[in-house]
Design a protein around this ligand. Structure first.
Ligand SMILES: NC(=O)C1=CN([C@@H]2O[C@H](COP(=O)(O)OP(=O)(O)OC[C@H]3O[C@@H](n4cnc5c(N)ncnc54)[C@H](OP(=O)(O)O)[C@@H]3O)[C@@H](O)[C@H]2O)C=CC1
Ligand SMILES: CCCCCCCCCCCCCCCC(=O)[C@@H](N)CO
Length: 299
């Protein structure tokens, strides 16, 4: 029995499909009911037995804790206790620090961060009691490094990591495992939406890494979550970033720990070149803007 917030679109929907293919019962959590029903239909096409169910719950995960707690309780009464919760509801907004409304910082923090706290808080007691459980947080590569345009978004995704590290230390003795996923740009409706307002700098820097398919991202996340890996990343850049930014994150295996120890210096060296190229993108864009302003004035 899996619950997926943000399960009606993009990465979340692909995660739900991936789990359904493995025979799971799914609860989808999102706001828009039409999108939920649409996704339910699509997911049900992938059933492997006729007992499987997709339950839809319409709620805003970022608004009111007691509301979130209630709907999760209802879902657990219908389908039984949640074995895996995937916190995938989230959104991105970008812009220069001074151009972003203060309310944007509040909004991203409540959807991306509190929207992961509330559902997790609602399932954790039962998971600990049962000595069974997986909690997945979907952060972002922008939750591993700060980038131009992401002052509001990056901080909300960094926050998830702090939550996940602390929580993992608490729940590990109860056989509950936490996974944090750091996807790169992924081809989803949410990605199309955020691209409408993305600054040029942010776009150019992000294009260092190619865009992924949501199916591929979902597959990796589900695999890592089932294995109980703390870290879930995609591709060779994802691997390098995770290794480089491992810090005091929990370690899942001796192999992982050894790889981090051995590769850290090399990856930092590579990172210095990336950082240099990002700075030069920012400087070039600034000069371009200055030039076109002068041209506008003289025209
Ligand atoms: N696509 C990308 O490039 C990347 C995405 N990510 C992260 O992955 C996650 C999914 O992204 P993606 O698939 O692109 O997003 P989409 O916009 O395609 O889907 C977002 C899902 O979350 C739901 N949702 C949004 N806000 C809320 C809310 N307040 N309460 C409940 N449900 C909500 C949406 O449904 P509804 O609107 O009906 O509520 C929808 O089901 C996000 O956390 C995003 O930050 C990370 C790295 C890269
Ligand atoms: C050894 C060091 C390797 C360094 C690699 C550096 C990679 C930088 C590119 C980061 C792209 C950020 C994607 C954010 C995705 C996201 O969350 C979107 N939804 C928001 O746009």
């Amino acid at each position: 029995r899996y619950a997926v917030t943000g399960g009606s679109s993009g990465i979340g929907k692909c995660i739900a499909i991936e789990c359904y293919k493995q025979g799971a019962f799914i609860t989808l959590v999102a706001r828009n009911e039409d999108k939920l029903l649409q996704a339910k239909k699509e997911i049900e096409k992938h059933s492997i037995n006729d007992k499987q169910v997709v339950l839809c719950i319409s709620v805003d995960v970022s608004q009111d804790y007691s509301q979130v707690e209630n709907v999760i309780k209802q879902a657990q009464e219908k389908l039984g206790p949640v074995d895996m919760l995937v916190n995938c509801a989230g959104m991105a907004l970008s812009g220069k620090f001074e151009d972003l409304e203060v309310s944007t910082f509040e909004r991203l923090m409540s959807v991306n961060y509190l929207g992961s706290v509330y559902p997790s808080r609602a399932v954790i007691t039962t998971m600990k009691e049962r000595r069974v459980g997986r909690i997945v947080f979907v952060s972002s590569q922008a939750g591993q490094l700060g980038l131009f345009g992401f002052t509001a978004y990056s901080s909300s995704k960094f926050a998830i990591r702090g939550l996940a590290e602390a929580l993992q230390m608490e729940v590990k003795p109860y056989n509950v495992y936490v996974t944090v996923a750091y996807p790169p740009d992924t081809d989803t409706p949410g990605f199309a939406e955020e691209n409408k307002t993305k600054p040029l700098e942010t776009r150019l820097i992000s294009e260092t890494i190619s865009v992924c398919k949501p199916e591929q991202v979902a597959k990796q996340i589900v695999k890592d979550a089932i294995q109980g890996n703390f870290n879930s990343s995609i591709g060779s850049d994802g691997y390098m970033l995770s290794s480089l930014t491992c810090g005091m994150a929990p370690v899942t295996s001796i192999t992982e720990g050894l790889q981090q120890v051995v590769t850290m210096g090399l990856f930092r060296t590579i990172a210095l070149f990336y950082l240099g190229s990002f700075d030069s993108i920012v400087r070039r864009c600034m000069m371009q803007r200055a030039k076109s302003e002068v041209a506008d004035k003289t025209a």
